[in-house]
Design a protein around this ligand. Structure first.
Ligand code: AMP
Ligand code: MG
Length: 428
């Protein structure tokens, strides 16, 4: 169906709309059209959560030299043969090696070197005796060995973790703290990743006022922008604040074009519903290649998705809960795909309905905000997080997930309901 739009300053635009499509179709169509971002070399401090662009192989051995895994004494294992607490062996202590010091003397027969964790194993020694298995006497130059050592005991060989050429982790790995530690361990201060997307966030609506400014009759707070900026950041992207779009065609056009020129994606809220005559809708349909969808879900039915100069635009509905849910279902997987992630969707887990979850058949999937807790038997219980109207953001804030309540009468207390886990990262 073609929906004629007339802006307040008389210009006209027409957009196709009113096509109701299933959730999966909208998700698939979006994922089919968002590009993967190019590779960038970034410092380790900026790489957390990004996806590696290349296989990483060891260019240096880790550890770089054979060293001791314990505090103790470097010995020749043969010298300790038969040593026990009752019949210990005495060795002459010829040196002391803290971590970071290069050995200068070897361990000869009948000798030992006091050594701390991480210090290089000295020449001549083939085992370390833990300090717990030794004793000292008045003569500080002697150590009492109370347990027999075997060749190799407590020595971590050079390259024992990664030898030169070993694969550390493949391209496509999501860099977590341990990955960053491995890269640093290989001597690299930077890592090649899929670039972190810059995502423009803009609110639209003449009624919007930022927090901190007085409200007149008819005005409401712009709660979507801080929320969507945070969702963008939580997804691992860099949010760029494009403010509240003012009711002026030229200004909105310029702002959207600037966002497309300087950012990798855009998220707007408001002005995409059926009844809207907002300028954003008219401008987008003029300058961008847009789809105006009605998705068979509740909340977050209206969705505008398109490309402006190749840059994806997510036109989310204005009601705060709808905005949040729409971001979760459409923008987040797409942004993750742009970042090179292969897991795009949060887990769905079955839970037991803690009370009746009644609904009417309306052709839509219902995504109600629920809390999750375990009962005494370890079963996961889902209960309503509060008011389910699409403006009740406090219930969203208190929730752990969204029900996937299929079209029909709903479920009764004790029956199973699938829950989209907003409390867990993507698993597929
Ligand atoms: P719209 O999608 O523009 O039709 O807006 C739907 C509802 O969401 C209206 O009640 C708007 O006032 C409200 N709304 C739109 N944008 C925001 C925003 N940024 N923050 C809070 N509420 C909003
Ligand atoms: Mg509006």
């Amino acid at each position: 169906m073609i929906l004629g739009l007339h802006s307040r300053n008389g210009a006209a635009a027409s957009v196709t709309s009113n096509t109701v499509i299933p959730l999966e179709d909208a998700q698939k169509r979006i994922l089919a059209s968002v590009p993967r971002l190019p590779v960038a070399t970034v410092p380790l401090a900026e790489a957390l959560g990004l996806v590696t662009a290349r296989d990483l192989a060891a260019t240096e051995p880790i550890p770089p030299f054979a060293n001791t895994g314990v505090d103790g004494y470097a010995v020749r294992a043969a010298d300790t043969a038969g040593a026990t607490a009752e019949s210990p062996v005495r060795l002459k202590v010829v040196d002391e090696l803290p971590a970071g010091k290069a050995p200068t003397v070897p361990v000869g027969p009948g000798e030992a070197i006091r050594i701390m964790t991480g210090a290089p194993a000295p020449e001549g020694a083939d085992a370390i005796v833990m300090v717990e298995d030794t004793a000292t006497e008045d003569d500080r130059g002697v150590v009492v060995i109370r347990r027999e050592a075997h060749a190799g005991d407590h020595i971590r060989p050079a390259g024992g973790d990664l030898a030169v050429g070993d694969a550390a982790f493949p391209a496509g790995s999501v860099l977590g703290p341990a990955h960053l530690g491995v890269v640093a361990g290989l001597g690299q201060a930077t890592v090649d990743v899929i670039r972190r997307p810059r995502v423009a966030v803009m609110s639209t609506g003449d009624e919007l006022v930022p927090p901190g400014e007085p409200l007149s009759i008819g005005q409401i707070r712009d709660s979507n922008r801080p929320m969507l900026m945070a969702l963008v950041a939580q997804t691992g992207c860099e949010p760029i604040d494009f403010g509240i779009g003012v009711d002026d065609e030229a200004v909105i056009t310029e702002r959207l074009e600037k966002a497309a020129a300087t950012c990798d994606a855009m998220v707007t809220s408001g002005g995409v519903s059926m009844g809207d005559y907002d300028i954003i809708k008219m401008v987008l349909s003029r300058i961008a290649d847009m789809n105006w969808w009605q998705v068979a879900i509740r909340p977050a039915k209206p969705l505008a998705f398109g490309l402006l100069g190749g840059v994806p635009i997510f036109g989310l509905p204005g009601n705060p809960v709808s905005s949040h849910v729409s971001f979760e279902l459409f923008a987040r997987p797409a942004l993750l795909q742009m970042m090179g992630h292969s897991r795009l969707f949060r887990p769905v887990t079955p839970a037991v309905a803690a009370h009746d979850m009644r609904r009417r058949a309306d052709g839509k999937l219902h995504l109600d905000r629920v809390t999750l807790r375990r009962d005494g038997d370890g079963r996961l219980l889902a209960a309503s997080a509060g008011g389910q109207a699409s403006n009740v953001l406090s219930a969203m804030a208190n929730s752990d997930g969204l029900t996937l309540l299929p079209d029909g009468p709903g479920v009764s207390a004790g029956e199973t309901v699938d829950v989209l886990r907003l409390d867990l990262p993507a698993d597929h």
